[in-house]
Design a binder for this molecule. Structure first.
Ligand code: AMP
Ligand code: MG
Length: 455
């Protein structure tokens, strides 16, 4: 009987790495939940051009850096730039452009004044209503009486100008570069954007969409064959004759395999007959990357799995683990091309089956699927609300729920019998509290190590 940590090390060391053959390309939406198999490198900067982070006015920072409600600066608004439109004019000193969030910054502007710190004024233009505006505003001056910007070089000529012009009074100096999203500020084309080994979720999909990466290199999902062994088993659809037990493991494990990101292959119920079981195991090993069987790994006369695995040429690495529930657990490998097939002979008791999966199999599926980090079991320390009991001989896993309350985890034991055959009180389990070897009780209120179960 191997201590849990020793068994865990042996098992996790068996996980083969995925290769180039295990990559496939999927479209953007289909990549959700998949694991990235190659670096993603974007081909353009984000943002691709400088744009405004706020609704306001694009200005020269030098025009507004000293202004305040007592000393506002007045700028002439020469253009309106909605999002998606290309600015038509360069902004010169003394000028501003009305700009909206996401709109392209006009040439010359290097700051955004938010509209909340401005006052808009519409003025009639003086007659004669024609002016020549020299392109240079270097001689811009502020009228000390009105605080208005004016250019003494303005000369009458024949270009008609509108009868009104908009001006803004800037009442507050923005911070330099504030609210300007500079080109490439968030991402520079050609650098690594996403690294392989991450699971693609909504944030990654947003990133990929933003750089127009729509064909995503991902690892293929692993195939996990599941078979239930036992003469007494019937499927949930079949009538239950006296002495029979419903095969719940196949369905629970299929759901867990799916949740872990792999594809379950349901192999059905196999009776305790060595020939049939041998064939079923051989087929499962042929079909899948990982095989999970439940039942038939204990020391009873009808427990054939270990013997058949040896007959079929598997190498058995683990036979029993010092864990409760879940002690009779067989872990074996079949030499396969291009990589070995992992076999988990899981005990048949429904709770043992689930605890064994959560503790050993789920991390294996995640890592073998290509996940580079966070594939390991996730532990937290919680305070138990209930008195926890164990025999002290094996590492004991008690099922229940953890809740985060005022910043600390609290563990509540599921009510009812904590027998490995009782699956009824497993419902809503999201954590397993661990009573270590050598400890027979953890009083209510004490700290306990808790394995989190992914929901
Ligand atoms: P075994 O590991 O084959 O000795 O089975 C231990 C206990 O688990 C027995 O009570 C079985 O009837 C029960 N059992 C085995 N396989 C399943 C299954 N697939 N679904 C539900 N219970 C099972
Ligand atoms: Mg059995």
């Amino acid at each position: 009987m191997l201590p849990v940590t020793a068994a865990e090390k042996i098992i996790f060391d068996l996980i083969p790495a995925l290769g180039n053959d295990d990559r496939e390309t999927v479209d953007l939406l289909s990549s959700s939940g998949r694991i990235l198999a190659a670096p993603v490198i974007g081909s353009y900067d984000v943002p691709s051009w400088p744009n405004s982070a706020m609704d306001g006015y694009a200005v020269h920072y030098e025009d507004v850096e000293h202004c305040s409600p007592q000393h506002p600066v007045v700028l002439r608004v020469i253009e309106e730039i909605p999002a998606g439109k290309i600015p038509q004019c360069a902004i010169e000193r003394g000028q501003a452009a009305r700009i909206y969030t996401g709109a392209m910054l006009p040439e010359g502007a290097n700051a955004i004044v938010i509209q909340e710190t401005t006052k808009l004024e519409t003025r009639s233009n003086p007659t004669p209503d024609t002016y020549s505006e020299t392109s240079s505003t270097s001689n811009l001056e502020i009228d000390p009486e009105t605080n208005l910007a004016f250019n003494p070089e303005l000369q009458p000529n024949s270009i008609p100008i509108p009868s009104t012009s908009n001006y803004i009074w800037v009442l507050e100096a923005p911070n330099a570069r504030e609210f300007v999203r500079h080109r490439g500020a968030f991402y520079r084309a050609g650098s690594d954007l996403l690294t392989p080994g991450i699971r693609i979720g909504a944030p990654e999909i947003a990133v990929l969409a933003a750089v127009q990466c729509t064909q995503i290199p991902v690892y293929r999902p692993l195939k996990v064959a599941i078979l239930s062994t036992g003469d007494e088993l019937v499927s949930p659809e079949q009538p239950l004759a006296p002495g029979q037990i419903v095969d719940s493991n196949q369905y629970a494990l299929a759901a867990l395999v799916k949740q872990a990101g792999a594809v379950p292959i349901l192999m059905g119920i196999v009776p305790d007959q060595p020939d049939l079981l041998r064939d079923a195991i051989a087929t499962a090993v042929f079909e899948a990357d990982i095989v999970l069987s439940t039942g038939g790994v204990s020391v009873g006369d009808y427990d054939y799995v270990d013997r058949l695995l040896a007959e079929l040429g598997a190498v058995i690495h683990v036979k029993s683990i010092g864990i409760k529930p879940g002690k009779p657990m067989t872990v074996a490998t079949f030499a396969g091309e291009p990589k070995p097939v992992l076999y988990f002979g899981i005990p048949g008791n429904p709770v043992s089956a689930l605890v064994s999966f959560w503790r050993f199999v789920e991390p294996v599926i995640k890592k073998m699927s290509g996940l580079a980090e966070n594939w390991q079991p996730q532990w937290v320390t919680a305070h138990t609300r209930n008195h926890l009991k164990a025999d002290g001989k094996r590492e004991s896993y008690l099922w229940g729920r953890v809740q985060l309350q005022e910043g600390s985890y609290k563990f509540s034991l599921s009510g009812g019998s904590h027998s490995s055959g009782n699956l009824i009180n497993l419902s809503q389990t999201n954590a397993l509290a661990v009573v270590p070897v050598g400890t027979t009780a953890i009083p209510a209120g004490e700290a306990v190590r808790v394995l989190l179960i992914p929901q």
